[in-house]
Design a protein around this ligand. Structure first.
Ligand SMILES: Nc1nc2c(ncn2[C@@H]2O[C@H](COP(=O)(O)OP(=O)(O)OP(=O)(O)O)[C@@H](O)[C@H]2O)c(=O)[nH]1
Ligand SMILES: [Mg+2]
Length: 266
């Protein structure tokens, strides 16, 4: 039965297959500096028969109106770009499929409205976000100032330290390299204060968009795998059908790179 159903699911497109840990944009504002998946996660994935627990993570995208949230999501999920502005009303979402270290994985990406009048509708969807993406417009510095308030609102609906936070400057194509560099200095300072990872992107040209979402997917995937493995910390964890993995005793230690993950580092 299972194998029959598998034939109905189209394969994940090649650019959604992640086997190496994707790199950060800048080491000055990055959530993890490591270059590989955690050894235990890799082992669990390799030994899995495709039934590893949680396979979907919720991503919430917030920020002022007109900064380019919808355009960023559409560039990644549909590979298109619309020059005309159509305000998001309330919320919308896309599901994007990945295969990470051989395991099928989904991101549920929630696009929220930046307009004040829709804020209370949108904020009802902040809960349970494994990833919060706060977006600003590189060509409109005021929108950077507002990102802290957007983040605060999103964090209020979530457990402390339960979400990865990203700060993304959009419309990179609209600013010169010099302006981009200057704005990035401020943005990196903001990102550090927000405990966020920073990225500059362009939905129009597609610059850094795939790289950014690959990074989001890999971090969220690894975190959800670690949580899954931690549930069975201190005893034998059953991964897949019949495969057993021995977890280390010091699983709750914080790794050296001070990340959210709590498995010992590879
Ligand atoms: N040149 C350029 N224009 C962009 C880029 N991203 C978005 N835009 C334009 O900026 C405008 C607003 O983009 P949206 O993606 O609709 O903005 P939004 O943040 O979703 O706005 P709300 O839904 O109202 O919150 C549109 O006219 C887009 O075409 C970009 O990377 N480069
Ligand atoms: Mg929108």
């Amino acid at each position: 039965m299972k194998s029959n159903l598998m034939h109905l699911v189209p394969p994940v497109s090649r650019d959604r297959i992640i086997s190496q840990f994707p790199k950060w944009y800048t080491p000055e504002a990055c959530l993890q500096l490591k270059e590989h998946f955690h050894a235990q996660v890799r082992t669990a994935c390799q030994q899995s028969t495709g039934t590893v627990g949680l396979k979907i993570s919720k991503v919430v995208v917030v920020g002022d109106l007109y900064v380019g949230k919808t355009s960023l999501i559409n560039r990644f999920c549909k590979d298109n770009f619309d020059r005309d502005y159509k305000a998001t009303i309330g919320v919308d979402f896309e599901i994007e499929r990945f295969e990470i270290v051989g395991i099928p994985y989904n991101l549920q990406i929630w696009d929220t409205a930046g307009q004040e009048k829709f804020k209370c509708i949108a904020s009802a969807y902040y809960r349970g976000a494994e990833v919060i993406i706060t977006v600003f417009d590189l060509a409109d510095i005021q929108t950077l100032d507002h990102t802290k308030q957007w983040l605060e609102d999103a964090l209020r609906e979530n457990e402390p330290d339960s979400s990865f936070i990203f700060l993304v400057g959009t419309k990179k194509d609209l600013v010169s390299d010099a302006v981009c560099e200057r704005t990035e200095l401020d943005a990196i300072r903001f990102a550090n204060e927000m405990q966020a990872e920073y990225w500059s992107v362009s939905a129009k040209t597609g610059e850094n968009v795939k790289e950014f979402f690959s990074r989001v997917a890999a971090l969220a995937f690894e975190q959800s795998m670690i949580k899954e493995l931690e549930k069975t910390a201190g005893r034998m964890a059953r991964i897949g059908s019949g495969n057993l993995i021995k977890l280390e005793k010091n699983m709750t230690d914080i790794p050296e790179d001070n990340t959210k993950v709590s498995l010992s580092c590879c």
